[in-house]
Design a protein around this ligand. Structure first.
Ligand code: SAM
Ligand code: SF4
Length: 359
């Protein structure tokens, strides 16, 4: 069965819960490979103020009808179930661009009220953050990752198809002023970004931001990604090594996607400075993946690369109780695939692109 909500069709799990043969009677979101999901990514929109070439098509994604988007109350109910019944520790709002939702403050406020000790964070391109940061922090947002691939304005305009670098800088400044520490910056590695990678690291070190580079994954709507042409973590290390002395420090915890490197001679926030590298393709960390995802229309997507999605929105709207929703979510997670399989010759790209899933 396919699901088409204005976005590319994806396979939808049957209305009844997916099979759970052999699943242990555990409250958590366990899968067949022994992994437990503690980190929940919730996409809240497909809309965006940028058109990054590694993510969105030039014209943007087809819009989702308003009635098909989860409401703030529905999102908060899923957060409550995730934290209370399923053992989730970290909640992150993403998209598309979360700041495109006018009710983001309400989403954060209702969610943080039921999130207990779980962290509430957001991944954003930072555009418009300066005007909303105080309300978002007051609503309960504690951590922010801002995406920034280059500090060169012309290059930024080409990469994102929008001349908005000053607006991103304003967002970063505002987050710092609001006391968001450490402020994290995500940068996707592209062939033409590589030359500016050391400048971006130097800028981050000088601006109190913790930088992480991410290998580009085949999740661009334009389908231009090619394994032969993608920039690997090894290539990046060579480029950074010409300006900085880097020493491998390892992962913050085993499920952390980034390997951290100490930048010798630099101090940041009174600690030795580091740069992170997420080698999603060349050094996949799927075996330690602890993520579960909800799309903007309320389907569980247990893997970025798994098009099988399980609809929770129907349960949220048909009077089902929290226990039924938790069970359906556990069943969906049990079916999570082993890994992305990008290196396999029979690899097939997922139907949805990154902006339509929620990165
Ligand atoms: N709009 C927000 C932003 O850009 O931060 C949130 C959504 S965006 C899809 C989430 C993250 O996914 C960003 O850090 C972005 O750089 C990353 N991303 C997008 N497409 C990617 C790709 N093809 N490979 C790796 N990371 C990607
Ligand atoms: Fe928008 Fe984020 Fe995708 Fe860039 S990466 S197009 S900012 S959703």
């Amino acid at each position: 069965m396919t699901l088409s909500l204005g976005l590319p069709a994806v396979r939808r799990a049957p209305e009844s819960a997916p099979p759970t043969d052999g699943r242990p009677d555990a409250p958590e979101l366990v899968d067949r490979f022994g992994r437990v999901a503690r980190d929940l990514r919730i996409s809240i929109t497909e809309r965006c103020s940028l058109r990054c070439t590694y993510c969105m098509p030039e014209q943007g994604l087809p819009s989702i009808a308003r009635e098909n988007l989860l409401t703030p109350a529905e999102i908060a109910r899923l957060v409550a179930i995730a934290v209370r019944d399923l053992g989730v520790h970290d909640i992150r709002f993403t998209g598309g661009e979360p700041l495109m939702r006018a009710d983001l403050e309400t989403i954060v406020e209702l969610s943080s009220a039921v999130a207990g000790d779980a962290s509430i964070s957001m991944t954003t391109n930072g555009i418009g953050l300066d005007k909303r940061i105080d309300d978002l922090v007051a609503a309960g947002l504690t951590r922010i990752n801002i995406s920034l691939d280059t500090v060169d304005r012309d290059h930024f305009a080409r990469l994102t198809r929008r001349d908005r670098l000053p607006a991103v800088f304003a967002g970063i400044e505002a987050a710092k002023r609001a006391g968001i520490t450490p402020l994290k910056i995500n940068a996707v590695l592209m062939r033409d970004t590589l030359a500016g990678a050391a400048d971006l690291l130097e800028w981050s070190l000088n601006n109190g931001a913790q930088l992480r580079f991410i290998e580009q994954m085949p999740l661009d709507a334009d389908e231009a990604w090619a394994r032969d042409n993608m920039v690997s973590a090894a290539e990046l290390l060579e480029v950074l090594g010409s300006r900085f002395e880097l020493v491998l420090a390892g992962r913050e915890d085993p499920a952390a996607p980034a390997e951290e490197w100490l930048v010798n001679g630099w101090v940041q926030n009174d600690r030795p400075a580091t740069v992170g590298i997420i080698a999603s393709v060349t050094r996949s960390f799927c075996e330690a993946c602890d993520r579960t995802r909800i799309t903007a229309e309320g389907t569980v997507r247990s893997c970025l690369f798994g098009d099988d999605e399980t609809d929770l929105r129907a349960l949220l709207r048909d009077g089902s109780d929290d226990a039924a929703i938790a069970d359906r979510w556990r069943a969906a997670q049990w079916g999570k695939q082993a890994g992305h399989g990008i290196q396999r010759p029979d690899f097939v790209r997922p139907v949805r692109s990154m902006g339509a899933i929620g990165g």
